[in-house]
Design a protein around this ligand. Structure first.
Ligand code: V47
Length: 379
């Protein structure tokens, strides 16, 4: 990396930052803000691609997963969200356990290796519902990894059962929970949180849930919701808080930058802009790759940035294209026009067309090999 010749950037202020990044020196808060202030997208992308190349070469990860949202009933009223419903509102639903098991089995022919399970904060479902959901899925689909419940859900179960976060996680782990998804992080800055997701847990609790999960040997992911009212400084602060926890625990696997979708949200009415732009999406991918030097993976979530932009993101620092997601609700309720699922073949084509090498992974980034009729995870 140190040997690499830095090209003439249009924005010459990026040069000292590029020298640091190529020498594998840690970037500071000020560096992060300077990266966000720059419009030299090609320079940001070039630099992030060097880091991605050092970590993963041309290898590009994907998995075959299915999203399950057992309920959209939610006591919180986050302005950013189009998914949650009050219990008696039109469109509110809660799956009986058998229904959730049946839903999980649909589309089985794609040989799913992961269920991604998240839902609303339901006022009446007992904690046992979630334990039984995990246990029942594990019994029926023993080879499928269960990536379930955001830190917000875990903290909510802890609050209403009056059990410590650790106990909640232990019970779910014992039932078959494999890892935690990265949702609910939004933007950690309290002033922003007060507007976009008032009453949701703050940064301290979000980080505490993930720290506890890591201590119990569960891996997790992290996200950041951008493209609403946050500032450059808020984004950098968010990323560095994640980097600090990762220094402590090494439990995060993947960071996923999430573009805010405005449709059907209260927050959408407050801001004077529609969706994020491709420029903003690629910038967030590149800068997160540069600042999160201790995160193994950066995921391009095609559901939110479109398969086309996600494909380009693979050359701007991302090394993971989120799976062949079946039936996604959170983004589609917020107006995402993108398809709900890409087939394995479509994912392979996006990766190969970018000159990269597809690598099918399980949820812990181990290779999955397929023969015509079987699937094996190599450990
Ligand atoms: O927590 C909610 C965000 C998250 C909107 O861990 C919205 O592998 C945009 O966390 N516009 C859920 N975003 C998605 C998520 C995720 C996705 C893919 C992979 C992983 C992983 C995690 O979506 C929520 C919230 O931050 N969100 N509403 C909206 N209107």
């Amino acid at each position: 990396m140190q040997e690499e010749r830095i090209p003439e950037f249009e924005d010459s202020e990026l040069r000292p930052i590029a020298e640091k990044a190529l020498a594998e020196e840690r970037l500071t808060f000020e560096d992060g803000v300077a990266l966000y202030r720059s419009n030299d997208l090609l320079a940001l992308g070039w630099l992030a691609a060097r880091v991605r190349q050092r970590l993963h070469g041309t290898r590009t990860y994907f998995n075959v997963n299915r999203h399950i949202n057992p309920t959209n009933v939610c006591v919180a009223s986050c302005k950013l969200c189009a998914f949650g419903r009050k219990p008696d509102a039109p469109g509110a639903y809660t799956m009986a356990l058998e229904e959730a098991f049946q839903k999980a089995g649909e589309g089985w022919s794609e040989v799913v290796t992961e269920f991604h399970i998240v839902g609303g904060l339901h006022p009446d479902l007992p904690f046992d519902y979630y334990v039984d959901l995990i246990r029942g899925l594990k019994e029926r689909f023993p080879s499928v990894h269960l990536k379930a419940f955001t830190a917000v859900e875990i903290a909510y179960y802890s609050q209403y059962t009056r059990l410590p976060i650790r106990t909640i996680l232990e019970r779910l782990k014992e039932a078959g929970l494999g890892s935690l998804p990265g949702g609910g992080a939004e933007i950690f800055a309290p002033a922003v949180r007060r507007v976009i997701c008032d009453h949701k847990i703050g940064a301290h609790t979000w980080l505490k849930v993930h720290r506890t999960a890591h201590e119990l040997g569960l891996h997790s992911n992290a996200t950041m919701l951008y493209g609403h009212i946050e500032s450059d400084e808020d984004r950098v602060d968010h990323l560095l808080q994640l980097r600090n926890l990762q220094d402590e625990t090494r439990g995060f696997q993947t960071f996923i930058p999430l573009a805010f979708h405005t449709a059907n949200t209260e927050l959408g009415k407050l801001i004077d802009r529609r969706e994020t732009t491709g420029f903003m999406d690629l910038k967030n991918v590149a800068i997160s790759r540069l600042l999160l030097d201790n995160f193994p993976h950066i995921k391009a979530y095609w559901i939110m940035m479109t398969p086309r932009v996600a494909q380009v993101a693979l050359r701007f620092g991302a090394d993971d294209l989120d799976g062949t997601v079946v039936e996604e609700k959170i983004y589609h309720d917020a107006g995402a026009p993108n398809p709900q699922a890409l087939t394995r073949q479509e994912i392979l084509r996006l990766i190969r067309d970018a000159g990269l090498e597809p690598f099918e992974r399980d949820s812990l980034y181990r290779p999955v090999t397929r023969t015509e009729s079987s699937l094996t995870v190599q450990v």
